[in-house]
Design a protein around this ligand. Structure first.
Ligand SMILES: [Mg+2]
Length: 422
Protein backbone atom coordinates (compact mmCIF):
# COMPACT_ATOMS: atom_id res chain seq x y z
CA UNK A 1 0.00 0.00 0.00
CA UNK A 2 1.32 3.41 -0.91
CA UNK A 3 1.11 5.69 2.08
CA UNK A 4 0.11 9.26 1.42
CA UNK A 5 2.62 11.77 2.68
CA UNK A 6 1.16 13.51 5.68
CA UNK A 7 1.42 17.16 6.65
CA UNK A 8 1.89 17.45 10.40
CA UNK A 9 2.41 20.73 12.24
CA UNK A 10 3.90 20.94 15.71
CA UNK A 11 3.20 24.29 17.38
CA UNK A 12 4.94 25.22 20.61
CA UNK A 13 4.61 28.48 22.54
CA UNK A 14 8.02 30.03 23.17
CA UNK A 15 9.03 30.10 26.85
CA UNK A 16 5.31 29.92 27.55
CA UNK A 17 5.21 30.71 31.27
CA UNK A 18 7.67 33.58 30.87
CA UNK A 19 5.71 35.00 27.92
CA UNK A 20 2.48 34.98 29.96
CA UNK A 21 4.23 36.75 32.84
CA UNK A 22 5.50 39.36 30.38
CA UNK A 23 1.99 39.97 29.09
CA UNK A 24 0.90 40.68 32.64
CA UNK A 25 3.97 42.77 33.49
CA UNK A 26 5.78 44.46 30.61
CA UNK A 27 8.71 45.38 32.87
CA UNK A 28 9.89 41.79 32.44
CA UNK A 29 10.54 42.32 28.73
CA UNK A 30 14.14 41.81 27.69
CA UNK A 31 15.22 40.77 31.19
CA UNK A 32 16.38 37.40 32.49
CA UNK A 33 13.28 35.82 34.07
CA UNK A 34 13.13 32.53 35.94
CA UNK A 35 9.89 30.82 36.99
CA UNK A 36 9.76 28.12 39.62
CA UNK A 37 9.93 27.42 43.34
CA UNK A 38 11.10 30.52 45.17
CA UNK A 39 13.11 28.87 47.91
CA UNK A 40 16.60 27.49 47.51
CA UNK A 41 15.07 24.04 47.38
CA UNK A 42 12.80 25.01 44.49
CA UNK A 43 13.38 24.00 40.90
CA UNK A 44 13.41 26.06 37.68
CA UNK A 45 10.22 25.44 35.75
CA UNK A 46 10.79 27.81 32.86
CA UNK A 47 13.22 30.62 32.01
CA UNK A 48 13.65 33.33 29.42
CA UNK A 49 16.29 33.23 26.69
CA UNK A 50 18.10 36.04 28.52
CA UNK A 51 18.49 33.70 31.52
CA UNK A 52 19.48 30.77 29.31
CA UNK A 53 22.45 32.76 28.12
CA UNK A 54 23.82 32.40 31.66
CA UNK A 55 23.45 28.63 31.50
CA UNK A 56 20.13 28.47 33.34
CA UNK A 57 17.73 25.76 32.13
CA UNK A 58 14.52 24.14 33.29
CA UNK A 59 14.64 21.40 35.94
CA UNK A 60 17.79 23.01 37.39
CA UNK A 61 17.85 23.63 41.17
CA UNK A 62 16.83 27.23 41.86
CA UNK A 63 19.88 27.73 44.04
CA UNK A 64 22.18 26.96 41.12
CA UNK A 65 20.14 29.14 38.76
CA UNK A 66 20.40 32.11 41.12
CA UNK A 67 24.14 31.58 41.41
CA UNK A 68 24.55 31.50 37.63
CA UNK A 69 22.37 34.54 37.02
CA UNK A 70 22.13 36.76 40.08
CA UNK A 71 20.26 39.55 38.30
CA UNK A 72 17.46 37.24 37.21
CA UNK A 73 13.93 38.11 38.27
CA UNK A 74 12.52 35.01 39.96
CA UNK A 75 8.75 34.50 39.87
CA UNK A 76 6.57 31.81 41.37
CA UNK A 77 4.36 30.20 38.73
CA UNK A 78 0.73 31.19 38.23
CA UNK A 79 -0.99 28.07 36.91
CA UNK A 80 -4.32 29.86 36.76
CA UNK A 81 -3.06 32.40 34.21
CA UNK A 82 -1.13 29.80 32.20
CA UNK A 83 -4.22 27.60 32.00
CA UNK A 84 -6.32 30.50 30.73
CA UNK A 85 -3.83 31.42 28.00
CA UNK A 86 -3.35 27.77 27.10
CA UNK A 87 -7.10 27.47 26.52
CA UNK A 88 -7.19 30.63 24.48
CA UNK A 89 -4.59 29.22 22.10
CA UNK A 90 -6.33 25.82 21.95
CA UNK A 91 -9.61 27.55 21.09
CA UNK A 92 -8.02 29.39 18.16
CA UNK A 93 -6.44 26.16 16.86
CA UNK A 94 -9.71 24.26 17.32
CA UNK A 95 -11.50 26.81 15.17
CA UNK A 96 -9.07 26.42 12.28
CA UNK A 97 -7.57 22.94 12.27
CA UNK A 98 -9.38 19.84 10.96
CA UNK A 99 -7.58 17.52 13.41
CA UNK A 100 -5.48 18.62 16.36
CA UNK A 101 -4.03 17.14 19.50
CA UNK A 102 -3.26 19.12 22.62
CA UNK A 103 -0.02 17.46 23.63
CA UNK A 104 0.70 19.57 26.69
CA UNK A 105 -0.09 22.97 28.15
CA UNK A 106 1.90 24.78 25.44
CA UNK A 107 2.11 22.29 22.56
CA UNK A 108 -0.26 21.18 19.83
CA UNK A 109 0.02 18.81 16.89
CA UNK A 110 -2.14 19.46 13.84
CA UNK A 111 -2.79 17.09 10.98
CA UNK A 112 -3.45 19.28 7.95
CA UNK A 113 -2.88 16.60 5.31
CA UNK A 114 -4.74 17.52 2.16
CA UNK A 115 -4.88 21.24 2.88
CA UNK A 116 -2.17 21.92 0.29
CA UNK A 117 -4.58 21.24 -2.51
CA UNK A 118 -6.48 24.32 -1.50
CA UNK A 119 -4.05 26.63 0.06
CA UNK A 120 -0.53 25.45 0.68
CA UNK A 121 0.22 23.97 4.10
CA UNK A 122 3.01 26.40 4.88
CA UNK A 123 0.89 29.43 4.07
CA UNK A 124 -1.99 28.04 6.10
CA UNK A 125 0.25 27.35 9.12
CA UNK A 126 1.88 30.76 8.79
CA UNK A 127 -1.48 32.48 8.91
CA UNK A 128 -2.61 30.44 11.90
CA UNK A 129 0.58 31.34 13.73
CA UNK A 130 0.08 35.04 12.98
CA UNK A 131 -3.47 34.84 14.26
CA UNK A 132 -2.43 33.14 17.50
CA UNK A 133 0.23 35.77 18.13
CA UNK A 134 -2.14 38.63 17.37
CA UNK A 135 -5.02 37.34 19.49
CA UNK A 136 -3.13 35.93 22.46
CA UNK A 137 -0.09 38.22 22.42
CA UNK A 138 2.15 35.18 22.87
CA UNK A 139 5.12 34.21 20.68
CA UNK A 140 4.81 30.75 19.13
CA UNK A 141 6.94 28.67 16.77
CA UNK A 142 6.15 25.72 14.54
CA UNK A 143 7.66 23.01 12.43
CA UNK A 144 5.82 21.51 9.47
CA UNK A 145 6.86 18.11 8.19
CA UNK A 146 5.73 14.55 7.49
CA UNK A 147 5.29 13.26 11.06
CA UNK A 148 5.16 14.27 14.70
CA UNK A 149 8.80 13.54 15.52
CA UNK A 150 10.33 15.47 12.62
CA UNK A 151 7.90 18.36 13.11
CA UNK A 152 8.73 18.58 16.81
CA UNK A 153 12.45 18.59 16.12
CA UNK A 154 11.85 21.25 13.45
CA UNK A 155 10.01 23.45 15.95
CA UNK A 156 13.03 23.21 18.23
CA UNK A 157 15.19 24.51 15.40
CA UNK A 158 12.69 27.26 14.52
CA UNK A 159 12.66 28.70 18.04
CA UNK A 160 12.44 31.37 19.17
CA UNK A 161 9.68 33.00 17.19
CA UNK A 162 10.11 31.12 13.93
CA UNK A 163 8.73 28.57 11.50
CA UNK A 164 10.36 25.79 9.50
CA UNK A 165 9.19 23.56 6.68
CA UNK A 166 10.90 20.18 6.25
CA UNK A 167 9.51 18.49 3.12
CA UNK A 168 9.57 14.71 2.74
CA UNK A 169 12.69 14.57 0.56
CA UNK A 170 14.67 16.80 2.94
CA UNK A 171 13.97 14.92 6.17
CA UNK A 172 17.27 12.98 6.25
CA UNK A 173 19.30 16.01 5.27
CA UNK A 174 17.62 18.08 7.94
CA UNK A 175 18.10 15.52 10.73
CA UNK A 176 21.63 14.31 9.95
CA UNK A 177 23.74 17.22 11.24
CA UNK A 178 21.65 17.72 14.41
CA UNK A 179 22.78 16.56 17.85
CA UNK A 180 21.28 13.27 19.01
CA UNK A 181 19.94 15.28 21.97
CA UNK A 182 17.33 16.74 19.63
CA UNK A 183 15.53 13.41 19.40
CA UNK A 184 12.67 13.82 21.89
CA UNK A 185 13.15 10.35 23.43
CA UNK A 186 16.81 10.74 24.29
CA UNK A 187 17.27 11.55 27.95
CA UNK A 188 20.46 12.29 29.81
CA UNK A 189 21.51 8.71 30.40
CA UNK A 190 20.99 7.57 26.81
CA UNK A 191 22.71 10.71 25.56
CA UNK A 192 25.83 10.04 27.62
CA UNK A 193 25.87 6.37 26.70
CA UNK A 194 25.72 7.17 22.99
CA UNK A 195 28.23 10.01 23.35
CA UNK A 196 30.65 7.66 25.07
CA UNK A 197 30.44 5.54 21.94
CA UNK A 198 31.40 8.54 19.83
CA UNK A 199 27.90 9.14 18.48
CA UNK A 200 27.17 12.87 18.37
CA UNK A 201 24.84 13.49 15.43
CA UNK A 202 21.60 11.94 14.27
CA UNK A 203 23.35 11.08 11.00
CA UNK A 204 25.94 8.93 12.78
CA UNK A 205 23.25 7.37 14.92
CA UNK A 206 21.39 6.41 11.76
CA UNK A 207 24.36 4.41 10.52
CA UNK A 208 24.26 2.03 13.47
CA UNK A 209 22.48 -1.19 12.53
CA UNK A 210 18.98 -1.46 13.93
CA UNK A 211 19.81 -4.77 15.67
CA UNK A 212 22.72 -3.19 17.50
CA UNK A 213 20.56 -0.33 18.79
CA UNK A 214 18.04 -2.86 19.96
CA UNK A 215 20.57 -4.98 21.81
CA UNK A 216 22.08 -1.83 23.33
CA UNK A 217 18.89 -0.11 24.51
CA UNK A 218 16.13 -2.67 24.05
CA UNK A 219 12.77 -1.52 22.76
CA UNK A 220 13.75 2.11 23.25
CA UNK A 221 16.76 1.55 21.03
CA UNK A 222 14.50 0.46 18.22
CA UNK A 223 12.24 3.49 18.66
CA UNK A 224 15.24 5.83 18.72
CA UNK A 225 16.65 4.19 15.58
CA UNK A 226 13.36 4.78 13.79
CA UNK A 227 13.23 8.40 14.88
CA UNK A 228 16.80 8.94 13.72
CA UNK A 229 15.60 7.80 10.31
CA UNK A 230 12.65 10.16 10.43
CA UNK A 231 10.17 7.31 10.78
CA UNK A 232 7.16 7.93 13.02
CA UNK A 233 3.74 6.58 12.07
CA UNK A 234 2.01 7.87 15.25
CA UNK A 235 -1.27 9.60 14.36
CA UNK A 236 -2.40 12.99 15.61
CA UNK A 237 -5.05 12.07 18.13
CA UNK A 238 -8.02 14.41 18.13
CA UNK A 239 -8.22 16.27 21.41
CA UNK A 240 -11.53 16.34 23.18
CA UNK A 241 -12.43 18.48 26.18
CA UNK A 242 -15.01 15.85 26.98
CA UNK A 243 -12.64 12.94 27.20
CA UNK A 244 -12.70 12.18 30.88
CA UNK A 245 -12.22 9.81 33.78
CA UNK A 246 -14.78 9.46 36.49
CA UNK A 247 -16.17 7.47 39.36
CA UNK A 248 -19.70 6.93 40.64
CA UNK A 249 -21.23 5.34 43.66
CA UNK A 250 -24.84 4.17 44.04
CA UNK A 251 -25.83 3.52 47.63
CA UNK A 252 -27.61 0.41 48.73
CA UNK A 253 -29.49 2.59 51.16
CA UNK A 254 -30.05 6.27 50.24
CA UNK A 255 -28.22 8.66 52.52
CA UNK A 256 -28.20 12.20 53.90
CA UNK A 257 -24.91 11.83 55.74
CA UNK A 258 -23.03 14.91 54.51
CA UNK A 259 -19.85 14.17 56.44
CA UNK A 260 -19.81 10.65 55.07
CA UNK A 261 -20.38 11.96 51.55
CA UNK A 262 -17.49 14.39 51.93
CA UNK A 263 -15.30 11.47 52.91
CA UNK A 264 -16.51 9.53 49.94
CA UNK A 265 -15.66 12.40 47.57
CA UNK A 266 -12.22 12.57 49.13
CA UNK A 267 -11.68 8.88 48.48
CA UNK A 268 -13.02 9.03 44.93
CA UNK A 269 -10.97 12.11 44.00
CA UNK A 270 -7.86 10.61 45.54
CA UNK A 271 -8.19 7.49 43.45
CA UNK A 272 -8.88 9.39 40.23
CA UNK A 273 -6.04 11.85 40.83
CA UNK A 274 -3.69 8.92 41.29
CA UNK A 275 -4.89 7.57 37.96
CA UNK A 276 -4.12 10.95 36.36
CA UNK A 277 -0.60 10.99 37.75
CA UNK A 278 0.02 7.38 36.78
CA UNK A 279 -1.01 8.17 33.21
CA UNK A 280 0.91 11.47 33.31
CA UNK A 281 -2.15 13.59 32.76
CA UNK A 282 -3.59 16.81 34.13
CA UNK A 283 -7.25 17.78 34.39
CA UNK A 284 -8.80 21.21 33.94
CA UNK A 285 -12.45 20.56 34.74
CA UNK A 286 -14.21 18.89 37.68
CA UNK A 287 -17.84 17.73 37.43
CA UNK A 288 -19.88 16.51 40.39
CA UNK A 289 -23.17 14.70 40.03
CA UNK A 290 -25.81 13.76 42.56
CA UNK A 291 -29.04 11.84 42.17
CA UNK A 292 -31.78 12.14 44.76
CA UNK A 293 -33.88 9.21 45.83
CA UNK A 294 -36.66 10.40 43.47
CA UNK A 295 -34.13 10.11 40.58
CA UNK A 296 -33.79 13.87 40.11
CA UNK A 297 -30.22 14.28 38.89
CA UNK A 298 -28.12 17.42 39.16
CA UNK A 299 -24.62 18.17 37.93
CA UNK A 300 -22.30 21.09 38.40
CA UNK A 301 -18.89 21.64 36.92
CA UNK A 302 -16.02 24.03 37.33
CA UNK A 303 -13.00 24.80 35.20
CA UNK A 304 -9.80 24.86 37.18
CA UNK A 305 -6.10 25.40 36.48
CA UNK A 306 -4.43 22.23 35.18
CA UNK A 307 -3.55 19.87 38.00
CA UNK A 308 -3.30 16.25 39.13
CA UNK A 309 -2.92 16.99 42.84
CA UNK A 310 -5.53 15.68 45.30
CA UNK A 311 -5.01 18.57 47.69
CA UNK A 312 -6.22 20.95 44.98
CA UNK A 313 -8.96 18.71 43.57
CA UNK A 314 -10.64 17.56 46.79
CA UNK A 315 -11.78 21.04 47.91
CA UNK A 316 -13.25 21.69 44.43
CA UNK A 317 -15.26 18.46 44.44
CA UNK A 318 -16.50 19.07 47.98
CA UNK A 319 -17.49 22.64 47.22
CA UNK A 320 -19.39 21.62 44.09
CA UNK A 321 -21.19 18.99 46.12
CA UNK A 322 -22.10 21.52 48.81
CA UNK A 323 -23.54 23.86 46.19
CA UNK A 324 -25.49 21.02 44.57
CA UNK A 325 -26.88 19.46 47.71
CA UNK A 326 -29.49 22.03 48.75
CA UNK A 327 -32.61 19.97 49.24
CA UNK A 328 -32.08 17.94 52.39
CA UNK A 329 -33.37 14.93 50.56
CA UNK A 330 -31.99 11.42 50.50
CA UNK A 331 -29.25 10.85 47.96
CA UNK A 332 -29.13 7.74 45.85
CA UNK A 333 -25.97 8.31 43.80
CA UNK A 334 -22.92 10.56 43.72
CA UNK A 335 -20.23 10.87 41.08
CA UNK A 336 -17.18 12.90 40.22
CA UNK A 337 -15.53 13.31 36.85
CA UNK A 338 -12.36 14.98 35.52
CA UNK A 339 -12.28 16.26 31.94
CA UNK A 340 -10.25 18.62 29.77
CA UNK A 341 -7.36 16.22 30.13
CA UNK A 342 -3.91 16.92 28.76
CA UNK A 343 -0.59 15.16 29.03
CA UNK A 344 1.71 16.63 31.61
CA UNK A 345 3.31 16.01 34.92
CA UNK A 346 6.56 17.73 35.69
CA UNK A 347 5.59 21.26 34.83
CA UNK A 348 3.21 21.30 37.72
CA UNK A 349 5.48 19.62 40.20
CA UNK A 350 8.06 22.26 39.53
CA UNK A 351 5.88 25.01 40.94
CA UNK A 352 5.96 23.62 44.42
CA UNK A 353 8.03 25.79 46.62
CA UNK A 354 9.29 22.99 48.75
CA UNK A 355 10.05 19.68 47.20
CA UNK A 356 8.57 17.88 50.24
CA UNK A 357 5.07 18.01 48.80
CA UNK A 358 6.24 16.54 45.52
CA UNK A 359 8.25 13.87 47.27
CA UNK A 360 5.28 12.99 49.41
CA UNK A 361 3.15 12.44 46.31
CA UNK A 362 5.90 10.41 44.70
CA UNK A 363 6.26 8.25 47.81
CA UNK A 364 2.53 7.68 48.18
CA UNK A 365 2.14 6.87 44.49
CA UNK A 366 5.08 4.50 44.69
CA UNK A 367 3.34 2.59 47.50
CA UNK A 368 0.13 2.48 45.48
CA UNK A 369 1.90 1.18 42.39
CA UNK A 370 3.56 -1.51 44.44
CA UNK A 371 0.71 -2.52 46.75
CA UNK A 372 -2.36 -1.43 44.77
CA UNK A 373 -4.44 1.77 44.54
CA UNK A 374 -5.95 1.23 47.99
CA UNK A 375 -2.67 0.67 49.80
CA UNK A 376 -2.73 4.13 51.32
CA UNK A 377 -5.52 6.68 51.75
CA UNK A 378 -6.12 10.04 53.29
CA UNK A 379 -7.43 9.66 56.85
CA UNK A 380 -10.64 11.55 56.06
CA UNK A 381 -11.32 9.34 53.05
CA UNK A 382 -11.27 6.15 55.10
CA UNK A 383 -14.56 5.01 56.51
CA UNK A 384 -14.55 2.95 59.63
CA UNK A 385 -15.94 -0.24 58.13
CA UNK A 386 -13.51 0.22 55.28
CA UNK A 387 -10.65 0.42 57.72
CA UNK A 388 -11.76 -2.72 59.55
CA UNK A 389 -12.28 -4.58 56.35
CA UNK A 390 -8.87 -3.64 55.07
CA UNK A 391 -7.17 -4.50 58.33
CA UNK A 392 -8.68 -7.96 58.24
CA UNK A 393 -7.76 -8.29 54.61
CA UNK A 394 -4.15 -7.30 55.05
CA UNK A 395 -3.78 -9.63 58.04
CA UNK A 396 -5.05 -12.43 55.94
CA UNK A 397 -2.72 -11.64 53.09
CA UNK A 398 0.32 -10.84 55.06
CA UNK A 399 0.71 -12.67 58.31
CA UNK A 400 3.96 -10.81 58.94
CA UNK A 401 3.69 -7.36 57.37
CA UNK A 402 7.06 -6.13 56.33
CA UNK A 403 8.25 -3.78 59.08
CA UNK A 404 9.77 -1.34 56.60
CA UNK A 405 6.45 -0.98 54.83
CA UNK A 406 4.69 -0.26 58.12
CA UNK A 407 7.37 2.28 58.90
CA UNK A 408 6.94 3.91 55.49
CA UNK A 409 3.21 4.19 55.93
CA UNK A 410 3.55 5.57 59.47
CA UNK A 411 6.01 8.17 58.24
CA UNK A 412 3.66 9.21 55.49
CA UNK A 413 0.74 9.44 57.89
CA UNK A 414 2.53 11.83 60.20
CA UNK A 415 3.87 13.90 57.31
CA UNK A 416 0.47 14.07 55.74
CA UNK A 417 -0.79 16.11 58.67
CA UNK A 418 2.05 18.52 58.26
CA UNK A 419 1.67 19.09 54.55
CA UNK A 420 -1.79 18.24 53.40
CA UNK A 421 -3.94 19.90 55.99
CA UNK A 422 -1.96 23.06 56.52
MG1 LIG B 1 7.00 25.62 24.85
Amino acid sequence: MVQMTRSIVHMDLDTFFVSVERLMNSKLMGKPVIIGGMSDRGVVSSCSYEARRFGVHSAMPMKMARALCSEAIVIRGDMDAYSRYSRMVTDIIAEQAPVYEKASIDEHYLDITGMDRFFGCMQWSHELRQRIMKESGLPISYGLSVNKTVSKIATGEAKPNGEILVPDRQVQGFLSPLSIRKIPMIGNRTFHLLRSMGIATIGTLGQIPMEMMESLLGKNGLAIWKKAHGIDPAPVRQYSERKSIGSERTFQRDTMDVAGLHDLFTAMVEKLAFQLRREEKLTSCVTVRIRYSNFDTHTLQRRIPYTSFDHLLIPVARELFDRLYQRRMLIRLVGVRFSGLIRGVQQLNLFEDTSEMVHLYLAVDMLRKRYGPDAIKRASGIQLHDLEERTAHSQEQQAHPAPERRQQIDNLKSRRWRYWYR
